[in-house]
Design a protein around this ligand. Structure first.
Ligand code: PLP
Length: 437
């Protein structure tokens, strides 16, 4: 805070497409989608109009004991989307389809954890009180989410406040010792996970995972097969599988949801960030009918799921989300991503040849560039050197806003970015790395 207060502030006043404009009239490319939320660009006409139209009806009404029109329409739409993404056409739907609203990614995760915990109570299974999560996981900043988190720099300070969680290794191939070239690379990590599940499954309610990309942990991309393997292990050991798609959902990885890449169907899925196109805080935790049904009972049985926030399922957010999904369909957003993903991959491959770039990794339009002091030995820059930050400061001077995670430069532009804008951003990233590192 001290250093930040000493810097010249950038105060954003307006936005236009993939650009932000500050109070001095300077334009910046929004290279991290305003913290991974923006999908179709800023001031997208269809979303602006949907929110304005909803304001003319009502801006907020509670979902505690009442319904609201846009929240019902959105839940129905999301259930259909789940069916399309996870169940396949014509097959019986065992996909998550019961929508529970909240208002940000962390609360979506809190809801999932409490729901999984209480599910087993309602099923009459005692002792399943704990969770498995991965090292380098990030699931939000509220205490339940921090308890299942695994990024020491964010989480270690709060240790005494947290509940105990089983930690499985992160499939971080670049730093795991075996290396991606090792044929059983992903499987080695699965072996450690299986050991935990085999010996402790009677104590474990659920596993929570960021599918395919551990985002805030440093854009760590799973080796193929890991996600599917983890899901299968959870099924085998009778442990619920929670997919935290807060960062990966809504097209970021090139598919609507990251789980789709490996045909993984979670028991519970958490969504937020891109759900409103990056306009308003809204989140959902979607559970299967199996989980939902466990909460049905007579009043006296007290099977109620006690969790609610004042702005749960806010109608403006729901209206924005419906408009956001309309734009996905109308503009073929996912189909139009393919050449951009190819372009990003090519440009990352080029960057990987720079002397201080240790690793590049990406899935869809999510990418990380890991900077190292010594490429051969993979020696990182000391975190106090703020190398990621220094590169991003250079980028700011070039009109690009990016935010690093330690030594990892994060690239996560709005899905609406043009190929030209993407090229320009990657040119600037290359220059900035050369200058700073
Ligand atoms: C995977 C994941 N889960 C949860 C969260 C928390 O979301 P929020 O910041 O909306 O609370 C984040 C935020 O970055 C995230 O990346």
């Amino acid at each position: 805070m001290k250093e930040w207060a000493e810097e010249a502030p950038v105060i954003i006043e307006a936005g236009e497409g993939c650009h932000l404009i500050d109070t001095k009239g300077r334009r910046y490319l929004d290279g991290v989608s305003s913290l991974w939320v923006n999908i179709h660009g800023h001031r997208k006409k269809e979303i602006d109009e949907a929110i304005k139209a909803q304001i003319d009806r009502i801006s907020h009404t509670t979902l505690l004991g009442l319904g609201s029109v846009p929240s019902i329409q959105l839940a129905e739409r999301l259930a259909r989307l789940m069916d399309r993404s996870f169940a396949g056409r014509g097959k019986a739907c065992h996909a998550p389809a019961k929508v529970f609203y909240s208002d940000n990614g962390s609360t979506a995760v809190e809801v999932a954890l409490k729901m999984a915990f209480q599910y087993w109570r309602h099923k009459g299974v005692a002792g399943k009180d704990r969770f498995v999560s991965l090292n380098n996981a990030y699931h939000g900043d509220t205490l339940g989410a921090v308890s299942v988190g695994g990024v020491d720099i964010f989480h270690a300070a709060f240790g005494p406040l947290l509940f105990r969680t089983f930690r499985a290794p992160s499939p971080y191939c670049y730093r795991c010792g075996l290396g991606r070239e090792f044929p059983g690379c992903g499987l080695a990590c699965l072996g450690s996970l299986e050991e935990i599940l085999e010996t402790r499954h009677e104590e474990i309610a659920a596993m929570i995972v960021e599918p395919l990309v551990q985002a805030a942990g440093g854009m760590i991309v799973f080796p193929p097969g890991y996600l599917k393997g983890a899901r299968e292990l959870c099924r085998r050991y009778n442990v619920l599988f929670i997919a935290d798609e807060v960062a990966t959902g809504f097209g970021r990885t090139g598919r609507m949801f990251a789980c789709e890449h490996e045909s993984v169907v979670p028991d519970i899925i958490c969504l937020s960030k891109g759900i409103t196109g990056g306009y308003l805080p809204l989140a959902v935790t979607i559970a299967t009918a199996e989980v939902y049904n466990a909460f049905l009972g007579e009043f006296s049985e007290l099977k109620t799921f006690f969790h609610g926030h004042s702005y749960t399922g806010n109608p403006l957010g729901c209206a924005a989300a419906l408009a956001c999904l309309d734009v996905f369909e109308k503009e073929g957003t996912l189909e139009r991503l393919k050449p951009k993903i190819g372009l990003l991959e090519d440009r990352l491959a080029e960057l990987s040849r720079l002397p201080h770039v240790g690793d590049v990794r990406s899935k869809g339009l999510m990418a990380g560039i890991e900077l190292v002091r010594d490429k051969e030995s993979k020696t990182p820059y000391a975190w106090e050197e703020k190398m990621g930050w220094r590169v991003c400061c250079r980028l700011r001077e070039k009109g690009i806003l990016l935010r690093p995670l330690g030594n990892v430069i994060v690239i996560m532009p709005p899905l609406a970015i043009s190929e030209e804008e993407l090229e320009g951003m990657m040119d600037a990233v290359k220059e900035a790395i050369k200058e700073a590192a």
